[in-house]
Design a binder for this molecule. Structure first.
Ligand code: MN
Length: 348
């Protein structure tokens, strides 16, 4: 029997799939060639994918910019019905605020056009420039209300700054008011953080991404963002960047830090850190096609919070889709995992 959404009973929606417009790649290359940036994590990531002649890098550079022919063929070959598209890291966030605003608008217009041509195959999240918070909020609103995008995407820190600073509140307010999720995708550790990762090439997806993004998320929680925006919905890739595994100790230590009044930057919260991670967060499996980890997150965060993602084109491994099909789940749980949770959260 042919493998289709009808025969298997669910669409496979991949929820963390990267793309890059040609002008973004050109700007990255220009920055690398001119050396006019101060970001070793960016240089290690895009110096490889943008400039290396290795087949992995060449191939990725082609796939990530192709929005139709090759992408759709790859999806068909792997059995992916729909991709949720997002602008690849570091997105527009490493440019000055004015440039980043313009590039976000252009990228959102472009991705919306691709989605209009293939509405059953693609949906997307909008890019925005966090370092222009009011303009970012307006662009999120325009993208959702006028372009039909399904939420917003931030590639973690912006030039070493985290969204827990209250100046970024308009971004959370916009997502909460529109009732759309904010996907916090990794970025390379900031210049302040990246040094010890570099000499062993641990800065990117192998480990540095999750260390950096996990830190960002804990800063948001501990700073009280979710007490100020209790309906904010956040999505994390890579099964939550390790945080679900840490719940017990985070709660224990946070309570101790609050009780002993140990830090100016830590005030009592309305709920335990783990409560926010269970009630305000959703998790995708991007790049983590390993049953023990997936089951752990499903069991501890809820089957209604874990969604399939591939992390195309960085981890285009069609065999992983077959492995995910074999997960030991009841039919309704399998449906939630591949389609239902994403369809509900992103309104697909
Ligand atoms: Mn990714």
């Amino acid at each position: 029997m042919q493998d289709t959404a009808q025969t298997r009973g669910y669409r496979r929606i991949a929820t963390e799939e990267a793309w890059a417009p040609a002008e973004l790649v050109q700007r990255y290359l220009k920055l690398l060639e001119s050396g006019t940036h101060n970001d070793p994590g960016f240089a290690n990531l895009w110096g490889f994918f943008g400039q290396s002649s290795s087949p992995r890098a060449r191939d990725l550079l082609h796939r990530i910019q192709d929005m139709e022919q090759r992408r759709l063929a790859d999806m068909d070959a792997a059995g992916i019905d729909m991709q949720l598209l997002m602008l690849t890291a570091p997105g527009v966030q490493m440019f000055d605020a004015a440039t980043a605003c313009d590039m976000a608008i252009s990228a959102n217009d472009q991705v919306a056009e691709v989605i209009r041509r293939h509405p059953t195959r693609f949906a997307g999240l909008c890019a925005f420039a966090p370092h222009a918070p009011e303009a970012a909020a307006r662009e999120i609103e325009r993208s959702v209300n006028r372009l039909g995008l399904k939420g917003a995407l931030v590639n973690s820190h912006t030039q070493g700054e985290y969204l827990d600073d209250q100046k970024y509140d308009p971004i959370f307010a916009a997502c909460e008011a529109l009732d759309v999720p904010l996907y916090i995708h990794p970025n390379s550790p900031s210049p302040q953080m990246v040094q010890p990762f570099l000499s062993r090439c641990l800065d990117a997806a192998i480990y540095g991404f999750q260390a950096e993004t996990g830190l960002h998320v804990l800063r948001l929680i501990v700073s009280g963002v979710f007490d100020r925006f209790p309906k904010l919905k956040v999505v994390l890739g890579h099964l939550g960047e390790g945080l679900p595994f840490w719940l017990y100790r985070i709660d224990f230590m946070h309570a101790g830090i609050v009780r002993s009044n140990r830090s100016e930057g830590v005030k009592p919260l309305l709920r335990k850190p783990s409560d926010y991670l269970r009630e305000n967060f959703w998790y995708t499996t991007s790049g983590m096609a390993w049953e023990p980890s997936i089951r752990f997150v499903q069991q501890n965060m809820g089957h209604d919070r874990v969604m399939y993602a591939m992390d195309y084109p960085y981890q285009y491994v069609p065999e992983e889709v077959r492995a995910m099909d074999k997960l030991d789940l009841r039919p309704e749980q399998k449906h939630q995992f591949f389609e239902g949770n994403a369809a509900k959260l992103f309104r697909l």
